[in-house]
Design a protein around this ligand. Structure first.
Ligand code: AMP
Ligand code: MG
Length: 323
């Protein structure tokens, strides 16, 4: 299962990188949605779901996109480009109908296995040329057990500046968490940071302020005298936590009615947990992935390297009492 997910993540990442290089205006924004969506989101989802439907036809699927907006607009350039990107990546001939059928694959009815897929997590980062991720996670009985996270713009090793960019993070429960270069090379085990000094704690938050109130993060940093705050798009934040590049990822609930999408967390939580992290919501409650597309019962998300998790939950409680 891990190798199928890794293969699909690599294929999808190659499409995203190609679009970033070759397409001037990849955004095909759906006016009905508030989030941007690009030709790369659609092509990425098509190749991932094609691979999963062939390998595991009975497994359930939760994924971000569907083809309704694409089919309704039917812009010739967009239709041709998405079809061409998928066909070239899969090295087969495909029609636009085939591509839409793959995008809309909703899986079988297996009671135990369910994939959660974000074909481009951090589309706003992708459009800015910053961080984004192809995220493929697997739930077994509603627990994240496997993750493949391709981060084409993430540094392979910040200590070696010319090591280049493009990282694939992966994990399977009980077996380990690793990273490998997206452009080929060996796998190395990753592990969370062992820092216990609050002053050395680096805390990750969204670049987009609307995705999680940065004032809450600033208040937490002040309350616990933490180190620096680093703003990064996408589940690359979970990847950084998992390899010890930061100690905390906080995603405060952005507004009272917001519920996080499962595909924004399954792959990242699987990898970070396997690398030694603790993942809960901002109140310290376990993440409950049993509600389908949304984390209905959780408020925000908090993932840490462990040492200060309970202190952070207590501080967040004090901060929200003062607000
Ligand atoms: P990030 O790059 O970590 O800021 O997260 C990107 C994800 O934020 C997208 O995949 C969206 O699902 C999600 N998102 C969109 N709007 C909101 C919001 N208002 N609050 C929290 N997350 C959001
Ligand atoms: Mg996303």
């Amino acid at each position: 299962m891990l190798e199928v997910a890794v293969g699909a993540a690599r294929l999808a990442a190659s499409i995203c990188e190609r679009v970033q290089l070759e397409d001037n205006r990849p955004d095909v924004g759906d006016k009905a949605q508030r989030e941007p969506v690009t030709i790369a989101d659609y092509a990425s989802q098509a190749v991932i779901l094609r691979a999963l439907s062939q390998a595991f036809p009975s497994h359930r699927i939760l994924s971000e996109e569907d083809s309704s907006h694409l089919r309704a607009s039917m812009d010739d350039h967009v239709v041709d480009r998405i079809t061409q990107l998928c066909a070239a990546a899969c090295e087969i001939s495909l029609t636009f109908d085939d591509v839409c059928r793959h995008i809309d694959w909703s899986g079988g009815d297996d009671p135990d296995y369910c994939w959660a897929i974000d074909p481009i997590d951090g589309t706003k980062g992708f459009l800015r040329g910053d961080q984004y991720a192809v995220a493929i996670g697997l739930l077994y009985r509603n627990v994240p057990v496997l993750g493949a996270l391709a981060c084409p713009n993430l540094e392979l090793d910040p200590k070696i500046p010319d090591a280049g960019r493009g990282v694939l993070m992966l994990s399977s429960q009980g077996n380990g968490a690793w990273q490998e270069p997206l452009r080929g090379g060996g796998r190395s085990a990753i592990r969370v940071s062992e820092t216990t000094d609050p002053g050395e704690v680096r805390i990750l938050g969204s670049v987009e302020s609307s995705h999680g109130d940065p004032k809450v993060i600033t208040a937490l940093v002040e309350d616990l005298k933490l180190g620096e705050m680093v703003r990064v798009d996408s589940q690359a934040k979970y990847g950084l936590l998992a390899r010890g590049g930061a100690e905390v990822y906080l995603r405060p609930r952005s507004r009272p009615d917001y519920r996080d999408n499962v595909w924004d967390h399954v792959a990242g939580c699987a990898i970070a947990t396997e690398a030694g992290a603790r993942c809960t919501d901002q109140d310290g409650a376990p993440l409950d992935f049993s509600f389908g597309r949304k984390l209905e019962s959780n408020r925000g998300v908090l993932a840490t390297h462990g040492a200060l998790h309970d202190d952070i939950v207590a501080s967040l409680r004090r901060i929200s009492a003062l607000a």
